[in-house]
Design a protein around this ligand. Structure first.
Ligand SMILES: NC(=O)C1=CN([C@@H]2O[C@H](COP(=O)(O)OP(=O)(O)OC[C@H]3O[C@@H](n4cnc5c(N)ncnc54)[C@H](O)[C@@H]3O)[C@@H](O)[C@H]2O)C=CC1
Ligand SMILES: CC(=O)C(=O)O
Ligand SMILES: [Mg+2]
Length: 371
């Protein structure tokens, strides 16, 4: 199969969807790999590294796309990338469609087969292709939050761990999944006072057991959210309903009850964000202030630590990439009922229920397309 790896073009996105190690696996199985010149630079992989692994390097972007049967990317395609797609092609990348109607419609119009990393499920019920980036983003959320709490960033001038004689900051994490646990671990490690809110009692039990009371766990209700908003110095938004738009858990009205200069880090922004006042920002301009509250809402946080993130992401995507290249999308998805929910759009149809529901579009069951 002809596999193409374009250079990512989203703002400050330095990850790449395939490492030279992955290129070697693919070319070793007889697949043709075309990598756009410079695609791996930001993650520390040179064109020569890819060539040594059996890939060819292409400088012309249009040729990278048009030669491909399978396109491997990291971030959702930007409008100029959607324009390259054809009905014969399969795109494998993060999509987050429930947050972006225009992208959903663009992919439908392209006729391409679009498989999302973030809706592939795992045998343990998790999301194995989202989890590595959630671990990165969760850890980064506390770095971003700590920086945003500095006066020069519009923050309250609070140091997360405090110092002897001055109490540490209060950090609340809403959603105790992969992002949430990683954020909580970092905040705990820095000496902050950490609370996790979640709707899942089973998850709160796991966290309570794992951290032996060092992290407070609270069942997420409107009351608990009000209290968290009033008392916290830093709130991290880390909820997810797989494939669906995030619920708005902190409203604009609640900002008035927050301490001036406190910080909201909305990691869930890629699914539309879980704070009413969130809007996606970029690494170039990551924060803005609403009613005295600093908002950090970068939708591709792991892109900033591209070396770590690329390795973590491609470790998880590799078996799925190999299955797509070896068998084609229909057989690969038919053979693996955890891979099947990755299919979001095919031949103009929406094949992921939460995306169809978000935009009032018809839902087509992917199971009927792969037999
Ligand atoms: N901004 C970025 O760069 C990145 C964003 N993300 C995003 O972070 C979000 C979280 O991802 P994961 O931690 O992997 O998901 P996860 O599925 O591991 O955890 C989500 C948690 O939210 C909880 N939850 C759902 N509704 C809730 C509610 N109303 N109140 C409280 N808790 C609720 C669930 O019970 C679950 O424990 C996703 O939107 C993901 O796409 C992930 C990586 C990078
Ligand atoms: C998950 C995601 O959106 C990212 O890694 O950028
Ligand atoms: Mg987006």
């Amino acid at each position: 199969m002809q596999v193409a790896v374009p250079k990512e073009i989203k703002n400050h996105e330095y990850r790449v969807a395939l490492t030279p190690t992955g290129a070697r696996e693919l070319s070793g199985r007889g697949h043709t790999v075309v990598v756009q010149a410079g695609a791996g630079d930001g993650a520390g992989f040179s064109d020569a590294d890819y060539q040594a692994a059996g890939a060819s390097i292409e400088t012309d972007v249009a040729k990278v796309w048009e030669s491909a049967e399978l396109i491997l990317k990291v971030k959702e395609p930007q409008p100029e990338e959607v324009a390259h797609l054809t009905p014969e092609q399969t795109l494998f990348t993060y999509l987050h469609l429930a947050a972006e109607e225009s992208l959903t419609r663009g992919l439908m119009q392209s006729g391409a087969t679009c498989i999302a990393y973030e809706t592939i499920t795992g045998a343990d019920g998790g999301l194995p292709l989202l989890a590595p980036m959630s671990a990165v983003a969760g850890r980064m959320a506390i770095q971003a939050g700590a920086h945003s709490l500095e006066k020069a960033q519009g923050g309250a001038g609070v140091l997360l761990p405090g110092v002897p004689g001055v109490a540490p900051a209060k950090v609340t994490v809403i959603g105790g999944g992969v992002v949430g646990e990683n954020a909580a671990r970092m905040a705990l490690g820095l000496g902050a006072e950490v609370t996790i809110l979640d709707k899942s009692l089973a998850r709160l039990e796991v966290l309570d057991d794992r951290y032996q009371g060092r992290i407070r766990t609270v069942y997420s209700t409107a009351d608990a959210l009000d209290k968290a908003a009033r008392e916290s110095d830093l709130v991290v938004g880390a909820v997810l309903i797989a494939g669906a738009a995030a619920p708005k858990l902190i409203t604009r009205q609640m900002l008035a009850d927050m301490k001036p200069g406190s910080v909201l880090v909305d990691v869930a922004i890629d699914q539309g964000g879980c704070f009413e006042t969130s809007r996606a920002t970029t690494h170039a301009d990551p924060t803005y202030i609403v009613d005295g509250i600093v908002h950090y809402c970068v939708a591709n946080m792991p892109g900033a630590v591209a070396r770590t993130s690329t390795q973590a992401l491609t470790n998880a995507t590799m078996p799925f990439v190999l299955a797509l290249a070896d068998k084609g999308w229909q057989q690969a998805l038919a053979d693996d009922h955890h891979f099947l929910p990755g299919l979001n759009v095919h031949a103009g149809q929406v094949t992921y229920r939460a995306v169809a529901e978000a935009f009032g579009l018809e839902y087509v069951d992917p199971a009927g397309l792969v037999k």
